[in-house]
Design a protein around this ligand. Structure first.
Ligand SMILES: Cc1ncc(COP(=O)(O)O)c(C=O)c1O
Length: 393
């Protein structure tokens, strides 16, 4: 089965360097808050073009601590997209604040500025755009909204390491920006990991305190901090992978370009970046209209039978999760997020995917599109666009 992503192949491609990095940490036998973490923080800050980076235990903690460092908590509202990994919203809840779900863009899946504007109220303190699937959200429009209403802009860049918007890396726009290094991410550790980026030295200092039990000095706990630190093994691994991130993202973009060209006439809605944005394709997320050949689940089943794996990101929008049943909003209130949840399918895409594997995935999708493109016998429905060419290939 051709996987959607494959961390084992990622390891094998860099095995010697990664093994050496792990050995270096084991030989030094200093495992938490040490030289590797400091070096990684400096290197990742430089890569993003920000002043400070603070390593934490995972991306969920990154968001929670970012909000706490901004003094956002009980009684405050944070506007989050209804289509994201639920962890984005859970982090808001864990900080004690209330997530307010807004709809997403039908094309990019990013937080929709018009839906956000309709939800800003007296308790709103922050916007949390998610650069979903590796493509930037509309940072310009959201930045204007945040500035006009005196709100913090906190980027959730967990899926978009290295992506650009208006020439700058995402993660360099918000007052604070949050990353996950979950193993399958574009920059993935071999366990959990996360980081927070900011240009603000006071916020960075507060975050260093918050991640370490709220300690100002050793055994001096001045506030109720978390225990959320990026360990030395993960930091050493991430340093090796950060040096290869641009090359890995270039490989992802090349594969996306091949899908774009080969699937343009199949009736699928293909991923699109905002003008001037550079997508890094954490996922190649297509939409399969329900009216098309049995819809998303039929295509997934067809591909599975032909040895092509797929995944769904995400089958349930966050506001429809049982954990948020008390918050609402009602079914149907956020139609674009619900449409994405009903139609999205992620195709195989990762730096080590071979051209042959991608070719097999493309052929199987085109077979599905061609077969289903024939009008039912005895009807007068016209031949869909490109049908002859599809069948000939
Ligand atoms: C968009 C988004 N936000 C937040 C998170 C949470 O990150 P982590 O799993 O490292 O806690 C993830 C990953 O699951 C994510 O994809």
């Amino acid at each position: 089965m051709i996987p959607v992503s494959d961390t084992k192949r990622g390891y094998l491609a860099l095995r010697e360097e990664l093994d050496a990095a792990v050995r270096r940490v084991l030989d030094r036998s200093w495992f938490v808050l040490g030289a590797e973490g400091e070096a990684f923080e400096a290197e990742f800050a430089a890569y993003l073009g920000v002043e400070h980076c603070v390593g934490v235990a995972n991306g969920t903690d990154a968001i929670e601590l970012a909000l706490r460092a901004l003094d956002i908590g009980p009684g405050d509202e944070v506007i989050v997209p209804a289509l994201t990994a639920a962890f984005s919203a859970l982090a808001v809840s864990r900080a004690g604040a209330t997530p307010v779900f807004a709809d997403v863009d039908p094309v990019t899946a990013g937080l929709d500025p018009a839906s956000v504007a309709a939800r800003i109220g007296p308790r709103t303190r922050a916007l949390l755009p998610v650069h979903l699937y590796g493509g930037a959200a509309d940072l310009e429009a959201l930045g204007v909204l945040a500035a006009d209403h005196d709100l913090a802009l906190v980027e959730d860049a967990a899926q978009a390491h290295g992506a650009r918007y208006a020439g700058r890396r995402v993660g360099s726009f918000g007052q604070v920006s949050c990353f996950s290094f979950y193993p399958s991410k574009n920059l993935g550790a071999y366990g959990d990991g996360g980081a927070i980026a900011t240009d603000d030295p006071a916020l960075a200092a507060r975050l260093r305190r918050l991640r370490n039990g709220g300690q100002a000095g050793r055994y001096e706990h001045v506030e109720l901090g978390a225990n959320s630190r990026l360990d030395e093994l993960q930091a050493a691994i991430l340093r090796v992978k950060l040096a290869r991130l641009d090359a890995a993202n270039a490989a992802r973009r090349a594969q996306a370009a091949r899908y774009d060209a080969a699937l343009a006439d199949t009736g699928l809605t293909l991923p699109r970046a905002l003008p001037g944005a550079e997508h890094v394709y954490h996922l190649y997320a297509v939409r399969v209209p329900a009216t098309r050949g049995g819809g998303r689940d039929a295509l997934a089943a067809h591909l599975r039978e032909r040895g092509v794996g797929t995944q769904i990101h995400y089958p349930t929008p966050v506001h429809r999760q049982p954990a948020y049943a008390d918050l609402g909003p009602a079914p149907g209130a956020l139609p674009e997020a619900e449409a994405w949840a009903a139609e999205e399918l992620s195709l195989p895409l990762f730096p080590e995917l071979t051209p042959d594997e991608q070719g097999r995935a493309i052929a199987a999708i085109r077979e599905w599109a061609g077969g289903n493109a024939e009008p039912p016998a005895g009807t007068s429905a016209g031949t869909p666009r490109g049908n002859k060419r599809r069948n000939a290939e």
